[in-house]
Ligand binder design. Structure first.
Ligand SMILES: [Zn+2]
Length: 250
């Protein structure tokens, strides 16, 4: 399968990196993990037809990870109203999107959230579920999301396992969850003091050697900040730092 970074950056687009959105191109479908506000523009810049995305997995309902769903649905409604998309996210995903739609496109709720073509699968933490041919495991993420639980996601599909931390404070269980994965994507916040409840550089320094994954991508950061704050990562052959437009075969 092919991994494509649509948006590799954080909430405030540090160094011009787009908000969270990653794609996995499978044999028969393309799926997304997170859909931040800049995602629709970035998909079009990468010449990826949004309607070709059949499933969108959401790690948590912060705006920089889910705030692009509305524009994705607006594009779908105007360009490909018959295409079907399934949105898989924490309990409250549908409610959150309904509230956003009412606030920002009042009067278009029926069209944008037409249940015939927009499906929701809401999941709790520590759940295992099959969604078509995708085996999904969820784990508790420790993040500041109020009543909407943030999740870490592990997808197994086409004999590959891919782990997405989403935003979370470091948990030692991550070492277990990521064991033997083909790809582990860790969202890392490098501005330690500003926002708590993220994986930070010191967590990586301490735990990187214990993570047994074939590929480790550091996401939600950017090369500029890493150069200044964590040069040890640039010399570590185990990891790659994601950037917008990055592609990799998994
Ligand atoms: Zn967040």
């Amino acid at each position: 399968m092919e991994y494509i970074s649509i948006g590799s950056g954080n909430a405030v687009n540090s160094c011009g990196q787009a908000n969270a959105c990653q794609l996995l191109k499978l044999k028969n479908e393309t799926i997304a993990i997170d859909m931040g506000p800049t995602s629709l523009m970035r998909l079009k810049q990468e010449n990826i037809e949004p309607a070709d995305i059949s499933k969108i997995f959401i790690t948590h309902l912060h705006g920089d990870h889910a705030g692009g769903l509305l524009y994705f649905l607006l594009d779908k409604y105007t360009a490909n109203p018959e295409s079907i998309v399934t949105i898989i996210g924490p309990v409250g995903t549908k409610e959150s999107l309904e509230l956003t739609t009412t606030a920002m496109y009042n009067g278009l709720e029926q069209e944008l959230l037409n249940p015939k073509v927009v499906k929701f699968v809401e999941v709790e933490m520590d759940q295992t579920i099959e969604i078509d041919n995708i085996h999904l495991e969820t784990f508790r993420a420790d993040h500041f999301t109020g009543k909407y639980q943030a999740l870490m996601l592990k997808l197994t599909v086409e004999n590959k396992s891919i782990f997405f931390s989403g935003d979370t404070e470091w948990r030692d269980e991550i070492i277990t969850y990521t064991n033997n994965t083909d790809l582990t994507v860790l969202d890392v916040m490098l501005i330690n003091a500003v926002l708590p409840k993220h994986i930070v550089i010191d967590d990586l320094k301490r735990s990187l050697n214990d993570i047994n994954a074939k590929n480790i991508f550091i996401n939600h950061s950017n090369m500029g900040i890493i150069k200044d704050n964590a040069p040890f990562m640039l010399n570590n052959s185990k990891i790659k730092i994601t950037h917008d437009g990055m592609r990799a075969t998994i």
